[in-house]
Design a protein around this ligand. Structure first.
Ligand SMILES: C[S@@+](CC[C@H](N)C(=O)[O-])C[C@H]1O[C@@H](n2cnc3c(N)ncnc32)[C@H](O)[C@@H]1O
Length: 322
């Protein structure tokens, strides 16, 4: 499948909010967005993301990658150094980070791990710290949290004039929300030490998201902010940078059945995550809701299994060499 070209989700970047809400859709039947529609706040995003995780195999899919590929990938890190420096960008609540640290410990027994985290959401940082407190066997691991966005971190590094190098940097399912994707990838790639690796996990071009964002963009509200980017958008950037990389594809699904059940609280939160919009089902014009639900059922987006509607959430794991 062709990749969805990277685009800003809000399709009217030059318009002000008033102009935006008065924009009519292609069939002139309704307002594209009504004033009560708004994007998710950081707190609301936390809840919607959790509901998505609870109903998808997103983390199980990453577990498969961790099991099948990560030990080999990590074996080459550090080159005998006594400390391996790790940087997580957009680490969320840290579950995936700790799983990867466990693999690093198994592949390099006895090594010290210096783990830094760049994560802007205060609730996610607090939950990550709590998780560390409750996890045994992390004696050889140190943690430093930077409650910053990636661009704020980049700015801080520039101002301090320090440029610490890392053996392993990961950016897992987070590039959708950075300000400037090519610049962010270029900067964090420049933070790699010799023989270091950068792991980017992003939605695959074969995912339902890619079809939704490319073919059914008119079914999404303008309150959905961020970048519509999938794997090939990232590999295009990597090609332009002239760096070496390898892509691993892993299947994943998201059970969205409840999104079709009127008044279902879980379905409502999942639609909020899908559209980046607070109470999408309660605030979107009926025709937009209908169009989106129809698009979600298209075969390039979802399949049906045992009466459940499973949206394709396939992931691409991109491993970039220093
Ligand atoms: C979808 S979650 C992924 C979390 C985690 N990596 C995982 O896979 O479970 C995206 C994370 O990126 C963070 N984030 C959003 N914008 C960011 C930015 N500009 N820089 C760094 N992190 C960001 C969010 O706060 C959130 O924790």
């Amino acid at each position: 499948m062709d990749a969805a070209p990277e685009a800003k989700r809000n399709s009217f970047p030059s318009m002000n909010f008033e102009a935006e809400i008065l924009t009519t859709p292609h069939d002139n039947s309704e307002l594209y967005t009504i004033p009560s529609m708004r994007s998710l706040t950081a707190e609301e995003y936390v809840e919607a993301f959790k509901t998505f995780l609870d109903h998808s195999t997103e983390h199980q899919c990453m577990d498969e990658f961790n099991k099948e590929q990560l030990p080999n990938i990590m074996a080459g890190l550090g080159h005998g150094k006594s400390t391996i420096n790790v940087l997580g960008v957009g680490s969320g609540t840290g579950e995936q980070d700790l799983k990867m640290i466990r693999i690093l410990q198994a592949v390099h027994p006895g090594v010290l791990i210096d783990n830094e985290i760049v994560e802007p959401n205060p609730q996610h940082v607090a939950a990550y710290k709590e998780l560390v407190n409750q996890t045994p066997d992390l004696q050889n691991v140190s943690f430093i949290w930077h409650q910053l966005t990636s661009s704020e971190y980049q700015q801080q590094v520039k101002e301090k004039g320090t440029h610490k190098k890392f053996d392993f940097i990961h950016m897992i399912q987070m590039l959708y929300r950075v300000e400037d994707i090519p610049n962010t990838i270029k900067f964090f790639h420049s933070c790699l030490d010799l023989h270091g690796k950068l792991l980017i996990i992003i939605l695959s071009d074969s995912s339902g998201w890619a079809s939704l964002w490319k073919k059914y963009r008119d079914c999404l509200p303008s309150t959905d902010s961020g970048h519509y980017i999938t794997s090939s958008g990232i590999t295009d950037v990597l090609k332009r940078l002239g760096v070496e990389y390898r892509v691993y594809e892993f299947p994943s699904g998201w059970d969205i059945t409840e999104c079709f059940v009127e008044g279902d609280a879980v379905g409502s939160l999942m639609m909020d995550f899908l559209t980046g919009t607070k109470d999408f089902l309660g605030t979107a014009p009926p025709a937009l809701r209908q169009r989106l639900r129809e698009a979600l059922c298209q075969p390039e987006c979802s399949s049906t299994k045992d009466g459940r509607i499973i949206f394709s959430n396939n992931l691409s794991m991109i491993v970039v060499e220093s």
